[in-house]
Ligand binder design. Structure first.
Ligand code: SF4
Length: 514
């Protein structure tokens, strides 16, 4: 396949400018700004403000000017350790995997003398005291940090990709680095395993975790309890069964559960499942009549696009797409990127190559992260880079889950509601991502679906609108909660959390999660 990678410096960048505009409802209906004040859901204005019946939210004036921007591959040769790496090596999945950056010494070898010593000391402190994920960065990912100049300490610290892929101790919140109710498996997925690695928490869909590894590890990983190797902070859960037995048990469950029509094949990252194994698993899914959607989860499409460009993978995906088409099943790849600068020509080539195999779609599920993508401009830049540059559909942005030491990344629900409104009207309706909260035990909820919001304590309440076969009869009446970062609360709210955290019985905190 001919290379379409270009390397160098981008010729233009997007800038936000103030402008008046209309907004678009989630169903795609255009609304003028004059119509906005009356929009209300569950007693809450769409900007998250509680309404008393007569109050109405003030219209906002989104500020963003769209300009098509050509993707440019950052030149890896600006980094001293990769000065002599040629394009053929760079495009090799094997070379990328063999040259991953896994520790401070390897980072130093790549960066040469670009970064001062205190950066490495900051990194060492993070790994010893906070990090829940091992350091594992593909060269592709490192190359998208400070993408178009040689990094120095300032640009490295400020860089959005660095902020979530290579956390440093000084990034973490000083006072509340963990929420008092943070937990390792914050979504309680393991409690919902039907067989090892198969989570069934929605009525018609399941999550199948095939592997517990990825080609790269993200600092904010929701599945930090299971995914990756041990860190000084976290002894990881391990699958007990052999992969072949676990996969067979998953198939048995799915054959016996015809109410499931949608399987998310994930991990970890399916880019770390040997291709013949993954193809065999998906092939078997395609023999189950009730399954209509299969989604393959791989951040590797962005972090290691070279994997998805390998001829054996492309040919295998063509076989799967052909079979899926014959059986009326839709296969999609779901990837995960949080910053526009990660979307490079190689990523676009991998996404478009996958689309050309005949699969239905490539979609992005990002995570909202402070200092990474918490502005309208950053979100829209990312969505347009995905959509226009790579043919990837912006699909979801999640609020960051409540894992330990994640408070410097997490945003309050109110901020997520504002961000959702701020991006309406700029993208086609079909490509306008929903910002969702993955509420523990409940699942994904659009951020405006909450039923109650205690702003002082940052407690949002949510309710289920459906039952699955695994729930008790009263499951729909239970209230589920998600919590804003304590540091974002007024002093009175922070004081309340301090008091509850100091209570040796923990009774109030326990009542919030039961
Ligand atoms: S790629 Fe996904 S599963 Fe792997 S570390 Fe990142 S967030 Fe976790």
């Amino acid at each position: 396949m001919a290379s379409v990678t270009t390397i160098g410096v981008p010729t233009q960048r997007r800038n936000g400018h103030r402008s008046e505009t209309n907004v678009t409802e989630l169903d795609g209906t255009e609304l003028s700004s004059a119509e906005l004040p009356g929009i209300e859901l569950n007693g809450t204005a769409l900007n998250g403000t509680a309404l008393n019946g007569t109050e109405r939210a003030a219209p906002r004036s989104p500020a963003y000017n769209y300009a098509f921007t050509e993707l440019v591959e950052p030149d890896w040769r600006r980094l001293p350790g990769w000065r002599d790496v040629n394009s053929a090596d760079w495009r090799s999945a094997q070379w990328q995997r063999a040259h991953c950056v896994k520790n401070a010494a390897q980072l130093r070898a790549v960066m040469g003398d670009l970064l001062p010593e205190f950066v490495y000391a900051d990194l060492a402190r993070d790994q010893a005291q906070y990090s829940s994920m091992q350091m594992l960065l593909t060269p592709q990912i490192v190359n998208t940090m400070v993408p178009h100049e040689a990094p120095d300490a300032d640009s490295f610290y400020a860089d959005p990709v660095r902020r979530y892929m290579l956390p440093l101790a000084s990034d973490r919140a000083a006072q509340w680095s963990s929420h008092p109710l943070a937990s390792r498996d914050s979504l309680h997925e393991h409690e919902m395993w039907q067989v090892e690695g198969l989570t069934h928490r929605y009525p018609t869909k399941v999550l199948a975790e095939l592997t517990s590894t990825c080609p790269q590890y993200c600092g904010h990983c929701t599945r930090m309890d299971l995914v990756g190797t041990w860190t000084p902070q976290v002894t990881k859960l391990r699958f007990i069964g052999k992969p072949v037995d676990r996969y067979a048990a998953m198939m048995e469950y799915l054959q016996a559960t015809p109410g499931v029509r949608d399987v998310v094949v994930s991990g970890g990252d399916v880019a770390n499942v040997p291709w013949p194994t993954l193809e065999h698993f998906v092939d078997r899914l395609l023999t189950i009549d009730s399954i209509r959607d299969i989604r393959l989860a791989s951040k590797g499409l962005v972090g290691l696009p070279q994997h998805w460009l390998q001829p054996a993978v492309v040919a295998g995906m063509e076989r799967l797409a052909r079979t899926a088409r014959e059986r009326g099943v839709q296969i999609a790849i779901h990837t995960h990127t949080n910053s526009a600068q990660s979307v490079t020509p190689l990523v676009a080539e991998a996404a478009r190559t996958m689309l050309h195999t005949g699969i239905r779609d490539v979609r992005n599920q990002g995570v909202l992260l402070a200092g990474v993508n918490d502005t309208q401009e950053q979100l829209l830049d990312l969505c347009f880079a995905l959509l226009d540059g790579a043919g990837i559909m912006p699909y979801y942005f999640y609020l960051c889950d409540m894992i330990p030491h994640a408070e410097h990344w997490r945003l309050p629900v109110s901020k997520a509601q504002d961000l959702q409104l701020s991006i309406m009207g700029f993208l086609p309706g079909f490509a306008t991502p929903r910002i969702v909260c993955d509420v523990p035990y409940l699942g994904k909820q659009w951020v405006h679906q909450l039923v109650d919001y205690d702003r002082e304590r940052g407690i949002t309440s949510w309710q289920k609108r459906y039952l699955t076969s695994i729930e008790a009869d009263n499951g729909a009446e239970r209230t589920y909660r998600y919590f804003d970062p304590v540091q974002s609360l007024p002093e009175s709210g922070q004081g309340w959390w301090r008091t509850q955290s100091a209570d040796p019985t923990g009774a109030v905190l326990e009542s919030l999660t039961s």
